[in-house]
Ligand binder design. Structure first.
Ligand SMILES: [Zn+2]
Length: 389
């Protein structure tokens, strides 16, 4: 077959699979209508996709008159992805199927400042996930890492202000180890993508995901697209100045938002040594201790000030607050809402919903899994589809 025809065929096949994946269950006739392809083209490409295990046929669906059509579904168990969300004080690793459903998960409170120890710990977690991976046609399709720092569009970690990592070539290290595509992403970008694909964003086209942990990062989705910026570094909103000449931040600036509104800010102001588990202890203490309660209120206040700035900048439909500070929702949320109500222009405020995502720990890993799966599917179809003239 001529290269051109081959390329057209692969593009159509990829489109059909993408439509099955996002609209399932769908019939052959439905695909033909949605994609403006002939029924014969759809049928022949669907037969190939079924034979290659990308999708399968299920029982008859609803009829719009006449015979009930057989429906097609994406084969979510055709392969698996491992995703690893690396926080400043934890590592969360999961095995998911191609739809992002978690098959196995491991969470560890861990000080990730030491790069070598972190890599060793991650390897143990990945190997444990792989032990739980069922047999499948494609096996492991990729490993994704979410990191709290600046990551270029091609997965190079440039800077991790809250970690003492002097080398950080995660991509090279794990490519050598596992011989599978490795994706490295900023954890807040991954979180925003996870919320868009599977999570709390609903049908919102424009929302901001705020990852409020030891530091603060944001993932920005505007008009349905994740906005990465020129180099991939957008959303470093924790380092916007909120108090001029304020507290010195590890990034080198003063008065950064994360010095006032993060888990680190909370624990530092309460005299904690930032040990894993300290946030949980402080939440417990706040139930009977006025000073601890006020510490949360102060963080809620500054969180609200930053959220107000974000609403004025992006006019989002929704602000989703995620990561570990969500654990303190009961103390933070009323204060955040109060400050935002007081300070936001009414026309912007009335169209913006602010939510705390209780299932926050899955946001980044779902985003990473989706990146791995999309990368895999793109590769499967593009390798045959190049047009050489
Ligand atoms: Zn800073």
């Amino acid at each position: 077959m001529a290269n051109y025809q081959q390329a057209v065929k692969m593009t159509n096949k990829s489109l059909i699979l993408e439509t099955i994946r996002t609209r399932e269950p769908v019939s052959r006739a439905g695909l033909a209508q949605l994609l403006h392809l002939t029924k014969a083209t759809v049928s022949s490409l669907v037969e190939e996709l079924i034979a290659e295990k990308y999708c399968y046929q299920t029982g008859p669906g609803k009829s719009s008159g006449g015979r009930r059509p057989l429906m097609l579904q994406f084969n979510e168990k055709a392969g698996f992805a491992v995703s690893c969300d690396i926080g400043v004080n934890y590592i969360f690793t999961t095995l998911t199927d191609l739809r992002g459903t978690v098959i196995h998960e491991l969470y560890r409170s861990f000080d990730t400042n030491d790069f070598t120890r972190t890599v060793m710990e991650i390897k143990v977690m990945i190997d444990d996930c792989l032990k739980h991976m069922p047999d499948s046609p494609f096996g492991l399709v990729g490993i994704g890492f979410g990191v709290p720092g600046l990551v270029t569009r091609n997965g190079t970690i440039v800077n991790t202000p809250n970690l003492d990592w002097h080398q950080s070539n995660l991509k090279d290290i794990f490519t050598d180890q596992y011989e599978t595509p490795i994706i490295v992403e900023n954890e807040a970008n991954a979180g925003a993508y996870g919320e868009k694909i599977h999570g709390s964003a609903g049908t919102d086209e424009s929302f901001i995901y705020i990852s409020a942990g030891i530091g603060i990062g944001a993932g920005i989705v505007l008009d349905g697209k994740l906005i990465r910026g020129a180099s991939g570094f957008s959303g470093e909103i924790g380092h916007t100045a909120i108090v001029e000449d304020g507290l010195k931040c590890r990034c080198g600036n003063s008065g950064c938002w994360e010095m006032y509104a993060s888990e680190m800010a909370l624990l530092s102001s309460s005299g904690s040594t930032l040990l894993p588990g300290d946030l949980e202890k402080l939440i417990e203490k706040a139930a009977s201790d006025k000073t601890a309660e006020q510490a949360f209120e102060r963080i809620g206040h500054y969180l609200g000030v930053g959220v107000t700035n974000i609403i004025h900048t992006f006019n989002p439909e929704r602000i989703i607050i995620g990561n570990r500070l969500v654990k303190a929702r009961a103390y933070l949320e009323p204060k955040v809402q109060e400050v935002v109500n007081e300070r936001t222009l009414p026309a912007l405020r009335e169209n913006t919903e602010i939510i705390f995502n209780e299932r926050y720990q899955y946001a980044s890993i779902r985003g990473l899994a989706a990146f791995s799966v999309e990368h895999f599917l793109e590769k499967q179809f593009s390798s045959h589809a190049s047009i050489s003239v």
